[in-house]
Every structure is written in C-alpha cells, then in structure tokens.
Design a protein around this ligand. Structure first.
Ligand code: CA
Ligand code: CA
Length: 230
C-alpha cells in the first residue's frame, strides 16, 4: 500500500502542472494596473483609455501584471510584452522597457495604483532595470508592438506574483506621444498583455494527491486493528 501511495503521489507530481501558452493582461486581476504620468501635470492622475510615453520622461507608462497564478520559475521559451497601438504617426520612436526590481517598493500593490498614480508619487527608475528597447507606439491602430528581450528571465526572477514595468520614450523627432491602449481603452480587448508559456497548477491533481493521502492514512489505521480470530 505504501508503494502504491508513493506511486500515486509520483504520478500526481508528474501531472501536477499543466504547461501551456497563456495571455496575461493588465485586466486579469485587481492587481493588474496600467496608466501613465506626465511631468508638467505632477498632481494629475491620467488613468484612462490610453498609455503614453514622451521623451525626457515627460510622460512615462506604468504596467503591472498579476502572475501569481503561474508556477514559480516555470516560464519557458520567449515571453512577449504586447502593446496595441492607438494611432498612426509617421516617424519611428524608441521605447525603453524597464522591469521594476522584484520586491522593491515599486513592485508592490501598495506602491502604486492606476487610479492614484501621478508624477508626484510615481515609483522612479532607480529601482528598475532596463530590459532593452523597441520601436513602436505610433503605428496603425490595432497593430501590436511586441517586446521580448529579457522578459522570460524577468518573470522567472519574480517572487511576489507581480511583474511591473515602466515604459520610457528615449527618442523620436517629434513632441507627439507614443500611445497604446490601456485595459480601459477598448473594452479590454487590447489591454497590455504578456504572452507566455508557463505552468499552471491543476486543482484536480491536488484533489488526487488528497485522495492518495487519505487512502494511505486509512490503510495505516486498518493495519493497527487486530485481525478477528473468530
Ligand atoms: Ca488603467
Ligand atoms: Ca515581482
């Protein structure tokens, strides 16, 4: 019976996690957030249908994804940050993606909320690490900017179930903002997203583990009851 329990447990551990492709958006959880700040309006909260970035940190975008539903360190392959453009601008722009350091103040739910975030209370870049740059933020409405550099490693470094990013425009030859849909922008359909391949715990296997444990305990109890001699 013991070996059967061990076998059952081993089988369940083998099927404990289902690894699959998934899309995580800023709309998925109450911990998911997206907004931007504007330096010349330091007390204004800009949470709405768009996220913007403008050079010299005049506008900075903020994103937070709840990744607590995925197994730690299970992100594999190429994870992609996806941002959907709101409009067409005829010049390219460079956007630098910062990952807020795991567990730092800016990576906590208490650190910032999209409905109260302003340039006066924003988490700064000091506790964030640059992951790289991409060109985007000004293409045809509905087209998607994809950024992959360092995302998988950043997600696997997470320990608090939150992945937080800052979007900084580093250069482009116009004062026009880079602009993407937020989760409030298009009925949630074009919310900022992380496309990942990761493991998700399967509740049914937890139930099987529980049944295996119950069976083992019941067997131990039966063994303690003396056999009838009549
Ligand atoms: Ca928002
Ligand atoms: Ca984190």
């Amino acid at each position: 019976m013991i070996s059967r329990f061990i076998l059952t447990t081993a089988v369940c551990v083998a099927c404990l996690n289902s690894v699959d492709a998934a899309i995580i958006t800023t709309a998925d959880s109450s911990n998911g957030e997206d907004s931007y700040v504007q330096q010349n309006s330091p007390g204004t909260n800009f949470n709405g249908g768009i996220i913007r970035a403008l050079p010299s940190n005049q506008q900075i975008g903020y994103l937070r994804f709840d990744i607590s539903g995925f197994v730690d360190d299970s992100f594999t392959g190429t994870s992609t940050l996806q941002l959907t453009n709101t409009n067409v601008v005829t010049h390219e722009r460079t956007i630098e993606v910062y990952g807020i350091n795991d567990g730092s103040a800016g990576d906590l739910v208490s650190a910032w909320d999209e409905t109260t975030l302003t340039a006066s209370n924003q988490p700064g870049l000091g506790a964030a690490t640059s992951l790289g740059t991409f060109f985007g933020g000004g293409f045809a409405t509905g087209t998607v900017d994809s950024f992959t550099t360092g995302i998988t490693g950043f997600l696997n470094d997470d320990t608090n179930g939150l992945a937080s990013f800052i979007l900084v425009a580093t250069s482009f030859p116009s004062a026009t903002s880079a602009e993407w849909f937020s989760k409030e922008g298009d009925s949630g359909n074009s919310a900022p997203a992380l496309a990942v391949v990761a493991a998700v715990p399967e509740p049914s296997t937890f139930a099987l583990l529980g049944l295996g444990a119950i069976g083992f305990v019941a067997h131990r109890r039966r063994r303690r009851v003396p056999e009838s001699t009549s």
